[in-house]
Design a protein around this ligand. Structure first.
Ligand SMILES: [Zn+2]
Length: 482
């Protein structure tokens, strides 16, 4: 494999979070009954005129600014002509040779290295409808068309062919989604089709300057599928080249159930889109002052937030990366730090215990049952020695279902550490009585059995015994009775 270098570029379609469509006032709400959110404009009926949704333009410009792209003061909408059942007009309004944004980059972090993935362009376009294939009577296949999506605003984000592996593609998409969600311009919901991706893949001999022939894998709707489909396609192309064959330019579809990419159409069937400027829309002209006002309102983005957390709290970059997964997770962290004064301990608890529960329940941090100030209070108790780390885990479990303050839960459930000498001696005696064999072995000089007895005593106290004081009590009890 090292003899070959994969070259990958991605085209990402992101649905902009506007309430209405890009050229008409129809709703973009997901899940409405088929064809209930349509009008003459998005149905492409004759004699209607599209009107550009200003909010969609604003969102596209925000995205361009966030990735350092150049915003073109004049961009042009074009008709992309092709026939498809779910495209009623017979053309899609997109942007072609004069897109809204050009250049820019997305920084990714793979295996402790930072890498810049360049962008070619970001342009605005409308989505097409959706073909449904319900099984008809006696298993006969029918096709129905739902045009609720027709005219939904999209941005297409085209990367340079700077990616070199399926894993890099995965990281790039994760980062891109994170930026879009931070900007609040896209909900990032892949199940509902808010983010889709096409991957262009080719391989070339290591060191070669020229690109190999590329294939395109269409309509990937999960980041893991993108990664797997790319890995599959790289291996397939290397196999073809190795056995003396040639790669043919074609469009592939990923079959996630079988884990293979299959030919959808070959080059001979490639579309000629016959682009031309959309006659019903004026060029999109932007004022520099307006662009600057959009720039001024950009929120803090993931990279800046990550750097700020490292600088402000002295936590490792890895922690900051995990904690900035979403803006709200970072806010949760900062609140827990404010309540506990323990930046690293708070980070550890969120990365392990909190995220473990969230991964199991699929819960966003916004609705996590333990609010940040309560987690902070609990962490403060660990730091002050009021509870041990072990007990904290039991307390954490209780806090998931009980909203009482942590200190009250400690009292109510007897979770405070056992430090009283009398109690510890009693505990030691109990354990010795229950384990006469090991106690005798220890007294006969077998030091190793001591750890066993400590373990038994800890278990008996449900982890509450103060470790050093327990050991002292146990030694004196073992000696005293000898
Ligand atoms: Zn409409």
């Amino acid at each position: 494999m090292a003899l070959y270098e994969p070259v990958i570029g991605l085209e990402v379609h992101a649905q902009l979070k506007t309430r209405s469509k890009i050229f008409c006032g129809c709703s973009t709400r997901f899940g409405a009954p088929p064809n209930t959110q349509v009008c003459p404009v998005c149905l492409g009926l004759p004699g209607v005129l599209p009107v550009t949704n200003e909010r969609a333009v604003r969102f596209a410009v925000m995205t361009g600014l966030a990735v350092g792209a150049r915003i073109n003061l004049r961009s042009v909408f074009a008709r992309k002509n092709y026939f498809y059942p779910d495209l009623p007009k017979g053309y899609q309004i997109s942007q072609y040779d004069r897109p809204l944004c050009e250049g820019g980059a997305v920084e990714i972090h793979v295996d402790d290295a930072h890498k810049r993935i360049g962008l070619v362009r970001i342009h605005l376009e409308e989505d097409a409808g959706k073909s449904l294939h319900p099984e008809g009577k006696e298993g006969v296949e029918t096709t129905r068309v739902d045009l609720n999506r027709a005219g939904v605003p999209l941005i297409e984000i085209v990367s340079e062919p700077d990616l070199r592996s399926g894993a890099e593609a995965y990281h790039y998409l994760t980062k891109l989604k994170q930026i879009l969600v931070y900007l609040d311009v896209c909900d990032g919901n892949m199940e509902e089709g808010s983010l889709r991706c096409d991957a262009n893949v080719s391989v070339r001999r290591a060191g070669a300057k020229e690109f190999g022939t590329k294939t395109e894998i269409k309509n990937l709707n999960s980041f893991r599928y993108v990664e797997k489909a790319i890995q599959f396609e790289i291996a397939r192309q290397v196999g073809v080249v190795e056995s003396g064959g040639r790669i043919t330019q074609e469009t592939l579809l990923w079959d996630s159930a079988r884990g293979v990419a299959e030919t959808m159409r070959s080059k001979e069937e490639a579309h000629d889109y016959r682009y031309f400027p959309e006659p019903d829309l004026l060029p999109l002209d932007l004022e520099p002052a307006w662009i600057e006002s959009v720039r001024a309102e950009l929120p803090e983005l993931p990279d800046a937030l990550r750097e700020r957390l490292v600088a402000a709290h002295g936590i490792p970059e890895y922690d900051a990366e995990v904690l900035t997964e979403t803006r709200s997770l970072a806010a949760y962290y900062e609140e827990a730090v404010a309540a506990s004064g323990q930046p690293k301990l708070a980070s550890n608890w969120i990365m392990t215990e909190v995220n473990a529960v969230r991964n199991k329940t699929g819960q966003p941090i916004e609705t996590f049952p333990i609010r940040a100030d309560r987690l902070g209070a609990m962490i403060g108790m660990i730091a002050s020695g009021a509870i041990s780390g072990k007990i904290a885990k039991q307390l954490f479990e209780r806090m998931l279902t009980d909203e009482a303050p942590p200190a009250e839960l400690v009292r109510r459930h007897g979770l405070a550490p056992i430090e009283s000498e009398a109690e510890l001696v009693a505990l030691a005696r109990e354990v010795i009585a229950a384990n006469p064999g090991p106690a005798a072995e220890f007294r006969a000089g077998k030091e190793k059995t001591f750890a066993f007895l400590v373990g038994q005593a800890m278990k008996q106290s449900r982890g509450r015994a103060h470790p050093e004081k327990l050991q002292a009590a146990l030694r004196s009890a073992l000696g005293g009775e000898g």
